[in-house]
Design a protein around this ligand. Structure first.
Ligand code: ARG
Length: 456
């Protein structure tokens, strides 16, 4: 018989049991459900709501149950409905009356909020740790590539010279913001919900601060209705995870085209590539493609939860059970993607000569030429036009700016002198850029040191 069946005279339809049941996915919360229950029991005993004897029996059997589940010794009976019912039922089977007291002053509504918050806190720590591994990998690679010049693009057109290190560090900035966002979400998740009961607390003199202290929460929630109907922290996490995937997906897209025959900027290691069943020559960047693809489902989970929550009146409604599969799926997907991406990126080979060639055979020095004229007194807009004309001429004659004679430069402006050829050299412009955020070797090196120190 169901625990709540006192007022029922008929059994549920079989399909309702199946439809309502969440145990097959929420059983992953068992650890938090048990730890939360232990804290609850200790508080009930401290407040003389249950006896010392009940406390001892309950704490012992909750710990035993945790161990048994850890060791795979518990087979969950699907009749239990959800993880909370499962834990209470198993305890009742094992120790009888004491277990029937465990749910005093508690509802599954505040209990599930507690479990989810504990889960979110734990997973945030894990995702941050994986992101730090990735950051470390990127920065170590960047260290080896502060001299590796490559084209920087806008509109996918060669724009200005940067370095491979500078490009990697652009992603390290994204992942640093991701860590920051997760830490921020952690702060708002770190507020203890237990004690709100079903929606309006209970008549017993409970000590919520004590529970918060036992479970390592910073503070307690302040409104019982909000406590049981708040899933903001879930949505924030799903959002943080969606943004991480957006970053990984952009990076994956670059890996994919860098590895193409058209670019040949990098070689993805065999360990992280796959072949074709029909075309013998193929070596495909499936890992990067799958990460790009899985971004879709992580976005979808965020949109699903925003939609689930948008029309729910206060307080708890069963719609909210839909937070589990979306959250678990996003967390598992993102953890797997960060980890495999770290392996893939750390094993690529950078074709430094190809990258350099792409810089030399380009007009990426054109802006530096315009700034050269400006330094000699020419207004920037005029300088832009003059250099534009020179580029147009080169395009027609199939050459680059550095191939022009001094006379050809002078035909456009009398300000050009012999020192223009130094300006045209592939790294001259970049090396003059001394400000923070610049791709210049020394600036990037300083950045790498600073961030490596920060994530230590
Ligand atoms: N399995 C439920 C969930 O995940 C737990 C809370 C159920 N509460 C209730 N009153 N039916 O949301």
């Amino acid at each position: 018989m169901k625990m709540w069946a006192g007022r029922f005279s008929e059994q549920n339809a079989k399909e309702v049991d199946i439809f309502n049941n969440s145990l097959h996915f929420d059983k992953v919360l068992y650890k938090y459900d048990i730890l939360g229950s232990i804290a609850h029991v200790k508080m009930l005993s401290k407040q003389n709501i249950i006896s010392k004897d009940d406390e001892e029996k309950l704490v012992k059997s909750l710990n035993d149950l945790m161990k048994d589940i850890d060791e795979g010794k518990v087979i969950f009976n699907e009749e239990y409905e959800d993880i909370h019912m499962a834990v209470e039922s198993i305890l009742t089977d094992r120790i009888g009356d004491s277990a029937k007291r465990i749910h005093t002053c508690r509802s599954r509504n505040d209990q599930v909020a507690l479990d989810m918050k504990m889960y979110v806190k734990e997973e945030i720590k894990e995702v941050i740790s994986l992101l730090k591994d990735l950051l470390y990998t990127l920065l170590e690679m960047a260290k080896d590539n502060t001299k590796t010049i490559m084209p920087g693009y806008t509109h996918m057109q060669r724009a200005q010279t940067v370095t491979f290190a500078h490009h990697l560090c652009a992603y390290s900035e994204m992942f640093r913001r991701d860590i920051d966002r997760l830490q921020d979400t952690y702060k708002r998740t770190n507020v203890m919900p237990l004690g709100a009961g079903a929606l309006a607390c209970s008549t017993f003199d409970i000590d919520r601060d004590y529970v918060a202290e036992l479970l390592d929460f910073d503070s307690i929630t302040l409104n019982s209705l909000d406590t049981v109907s708040d899933r903001d922290y879930v949505i924030e996490l799903l959002n943080d995870l969606a943004i991480i995937m957006m970053h990984l997906s952009r990076f994956s897209e670059e890996i994919i085209y860098w590895a193409s025959d058209e670019f040949k900027f990098i070689v993805v290691s065999d360990k992280y590539s796959t072949g074709s069943s029909m075309m013998p020559q193929k070596k495909n960047p499936d890992v990067a493609e799958l990460i790009r693809g899985k971004t879709g489902r992580v976005y979808g989970n965020l949109m699903a939860m925003l939609t689930v929550m948008k029309g729910i009146p206060l307080a708890y409604n069963k719609d909210m059970q839909e937070d589990k599969e979306t959250t678990f799926d996003s967390v598992n997907t993102v953890k797997q993607c960060i980890s495999i991406f770290t392996g893939m990126i750390s094993t690529i080979t950078v074709n430094k000569d190809v990258l350099k060639e792409a810089c030399v055979n380009s007009f990426m020095n054109a802006t530096d030429v315009a700034e050269y004229l400006v330094k000699k007194g020419c207004p920037f807009r005029d300088a832009h036009f003059i250099v534009g004309n020179l580029v147009g001429k080169c395009v027609n004659e199939d050459k680059f700016l550095q191939d022009l004679s001094l006379n050809e430069f002078k035909e456009q402006s009398g300000l050009f002198e012999d020192d223009i050829y130094e300006v045209l050299h592939v790294t001259t412009g970049m090396n003059k850029k001394n400000m923070t955020a610049s791709p210049k070797e020394e600036i990037v090196k300083k950045y790498i040191e600073k961030i490596l120190d920060e994530i230590k």
